[in-house]
Design a protein around this ligand. Structure first.
Ligand SMILES: NC(=O)c1ccc[n+]([C@@H]2O[C@H](COP(=O)([O-])OP(=O)(O)OC[C@H]3O[C@@H](n4cnc5c(N)ncnc54)[C@H](OP(=O)(O)O)[C@@H]3O)[C@@H](O)[C@H]2O)c1
Length: 264
């Protein structure tokens, strides 16, 4: 039995991924704070929506999907019902495995996950880190749960803030880039809808080439950068405006902000 505690946007994305992956709804429990939310989850997925205590007692795997600021309250509520033979998975940004472990009062295996919004289209990047009591089989169980909704990578917990900056926030940088390129299309007199189509399909095509060819991005870029051609004219401007340096600084700032938020 798997329980998702605090089934909001992230929890529902995981829930629907598990159901699509073929897990029978009667092996999943969900919890919600509001009755209308509980009713909607029952109706959409056919899962049992129960109290946090009931879910914690019954499930071998407990996924904590509340907002970081609600985590303390939730852990206090379930701590009496979580013995050391359970697996607790936390998906809350900035909540450390040590924080969860210290509030459970037993040597419970905890795995920390940072995912991102493409979880909604089964293309998430999820990075996972084991806590003090989590071993290989706990990581494997976590991977099995997350694979239906995207790619999973193991990283040391010390790199979670960096991963938050890179892949957690990552989709936002691409949306920002798309906005900027669509503006450029409009500047060149292109209708907005056509510009958006061209940019979106370019980013999808480039992403699939990157993922499926296994080629280094430099090789792929060089293939469309002929000597004295149009692409190099654009790249020269990007270099002149220090876009690469801006990305280094931006992602470093996101990492620092993630650290700051995690330390309260
Ligand atoms: N959204 C993402 O793409 C994303 C990506 C990476 C990580 N995360 C992480 O995922 C977590 C959830 O984010 P979210 O965007 O899914 O937030 P969300 O939509 O607000 O989901 C949290 C849900 O938990 C419910 N809840 C709060 N306290 C509860 C309690 N004690 N018992 C039962 N249910 C409770 C909330 O109820 P109410 O509706 O009544 O508030 C809400 O439905 C966060 O910690 C975030 O850091 C999210």
């Amino acid at each position: 039995m798997i329980a998702i505690l605090g089934t909001g946007k992230m929890g529902e994305a995981l829930l629907s991924g598990l159901v699509r992956a073929g897990l029978p709804p009667n092996e999943i429990m969900a919890t919600a704070r509001r009755e209308d939310r509980a009713a909607a989850l029952r109706e959409s997925y056919g899962v049992r929506v129960v109290s946090n205590a009931e879910a914690a007692k019954a499930a071998e795997t407990i996924i904590l999907a509340v907002k970081p600021q609600d985590m303390g309250t939730l852990l206090a509520e379930i701590a009496p019902y979580v013995p050391a033979d359970r697996l607790v998975i936390t998906v809350a940004a900035g909540i450390t495995t040590a924080f969860v472990e210290s509030r459970l009062g037993e040597a419970v295996p905890v795995v920390r996950v940072m995912s991102n919004t493409p979880v909604l289209v089964d293309e998430a990047m999820s990075v996972i880190s084991p806590g003090a009591h989590a071993g290989e089989r706990h990581l494997e169980r976590t991977e099995a749960l997350l694979k239906p909704v995207g790619k999973v990578l193991r990283i040391p917990e010390s790199q979670q803030d960096a991963a938050t900056a890179l892949s957690g926030s990552g989709p936002a940088y691409f949306f920002y880039l798309v906005e900027a390129m669509v503006d450029a299309g409009i500047l060149l007199g292109m209708p907005r809808a056509a510009a958006l189509d061209m940019v979106t399909q370019s980013i999808v095509g480039a992403a699939i080439m990157l993922r499926d060819s296994g080629e280094h991005p430099v090789i792929l870029r060089e293939a469309v950068t002929s000597p004295g051609g149009t692409t190099i004219a654009a790249i020269a401007e990007l270099e002149r405006h220090k876009v690469r340096a801006a990305f280094l600084d931006a992602i470093e700032a996101a990492r620092d902000r993630s650290r700051q938020l995690a330390s309260g």
